[in-house]
Design a protein around this ligand. Structure first.
Ligand SMILES: C[S@@+](CC[C@H](N)C(=O)[O-])C[C@H]1O[C@@H](n2cnc3c(N)ncnc32)[C@H](O)[C@@H]1O
Length: 215
């Protein structure tokens, strides 16, 4: 992708899309999904596709964060947000989820939020997540997925998907990410559905939950 589009996406994401500043618990998605899920993070945490750092206010105290992000223009905002939130950002690393630059068994928690919609190969990323998690470690995720086949939303998602990918830095509206997580070989997979109250509901429904690597 052209540099100017990477830069424009990072600017728009930081200034228009991701909620910066203090957590907004009046927002149902924050209250019911994002905050409770991130509260489960423990120990050494890897966030893949950390963007501009929208998740930073929601991590519990005591976690040690490694933030991976492929877009260097996002990383500029990410750096500033680590300081702003006084988060323990041990490392900010430029890289992709398909080839994690970390040894096996490095992390207690791996997180993705709105990332598996954009990666080139979901199964490669999920295999990498399993590789870098320690035994008993947990993968936490929040992802938007394809609507039920046969619905108006499903048809709209397929029609708009090519344009959406261009505008949204490779984001797909039509992926069955829940199925990909179930097929990836984790144990204790818990996947819950969530409908974000937005109109039009293109980047909806969502799935969120956790999956564990065996002890
Ligand atoms: C919609 S943004 C979400 C950012 C952040 N996770 C959040 O929830 O605010 C998608 C992010 O995934 C990143 N991304 C895209 N492809 C990726 C890949 N192959 N590996 C890791 N991150 C990727 C993008 O650069 C972008 O920061």
């Amino acid at each position: 992708m052209a540099k100017w589009r990477k830069r424009a996406f990072a600017w728009c994401y930081h200034h228009l899309l991701s909620r910066q500043g203090e957590p907004d618990f009046s927002d149902p998605f924050t209250r019911e999904v994002r905050a409770p899920l991130l509260a489960q993070a423990r120990g050494d945490v890897l966030e893949i596709g950390a963007g501009t750092g929208g998740n930073l206010p929601f991590y519990p105290p005591g976690v040690r964060l490694t933030l991976l992000e492929p877009n260097p223009y996002m990383i500029r905002y990410l750096d500033g947000n680590c300081t702003a939130h006084a988060a323990d950002c041990a490392a900010i690393v430029e890289g992709i989820g398909e080839r994690l630059p970390f040894p096996a068994n490095s992390f207690d928690t791996v997180l993705t939020t709105h990332v598996l919609c954009s990666v080139r190969d979901q199964s490669e990323v999920l295999a990498e997540v399993r590789r870098v998690l320690r035994p008993g470690g947990r993968f936490l995720f929040i992802e938007h997925v394809a609507a039920q086949p046969g619905t108006l939303n499903h048809r709209a998602q397929h029609a708009i998907n090519p344009v959406w990918q261009w505008v949204g830095d490779g984001c797909h509206l039509t992926r069955d990410t829940g199925a990909a997580i179930r097929a990836a070989g984790f144990e204790h997979v818990e996947i819950r559905p969530y409908n974000v109250r937005v109109w039009p509901p293109l980047a909806s429904p969502h799935v969120f939950g956790s999956a564990m690597v065996g002890q």
